[in-house]
Design a protein around this ligand. Structure first.
Ligand SMILES: [Zn+2]
Length: 135
């Protein structure tokens, strides 16, 4: 049995996968819930876009706990000062995963929708045009 909570790289990866999964699912639900009839083949293709999990289930259970803890912290719930080191590590992993996710899926300045990737020229939801960043 792998010691999941002490593998912070694995935890970070699991959290990133959960965030990706959430985004893919919410896009899928938005399209299916739009009232338009969706071709079963289209639906299948969309379902295939929900990324597969690559780690053992224990990672995702711990990752979910870390995301819940992160949400509590953001909501201003005071953290236990005696928090064990592996939990503090897990929170850091959540932060790293979220930063990576946010830069891969920038939010639209107009409607706040996370984009499928960072190369889009306009919002997939409201159609707002994005300014091209010069490097
Ligand atoms: Zn938008």
């Amino acid at each position: 049995m792998i010691d999941v909570v002490r593998d912070s790289e694995g935890v970070r990866k699991a959290i990133e996968e959960l965030l990706e999964e959430d985004l893919a699912r919410s896009r899928l639900e938005a399209q299916l819930g739009s009232g338009r009839r969706v071709d079963p083949r289209t639906k299948e293709r969309m379902l295939a876009q929900v990324p597969r999990r690559t780690l053992s289930p224990g990672y995702y259970r711990w990752a979910e706990r870390m995301l819940a803890l992160e949400a509590e912290r953001k909501a201003g719930v005071p953290m236990d000062p005696r928090m064990p080191a592996y939990e503090a590590e897990g929170l850091l992993a959540a932060e790293r995963a979220r930063n990576a996710f946010n830069s891969e899926h920038p939010a639209c300045g107009g409607c706040g929708t996370r984009q499928p990737n960072r190369f889009g020229v306009e919002c997939a939801h409201c159609g707002a045009k994005f300014a091209r960043k010069r490097r």
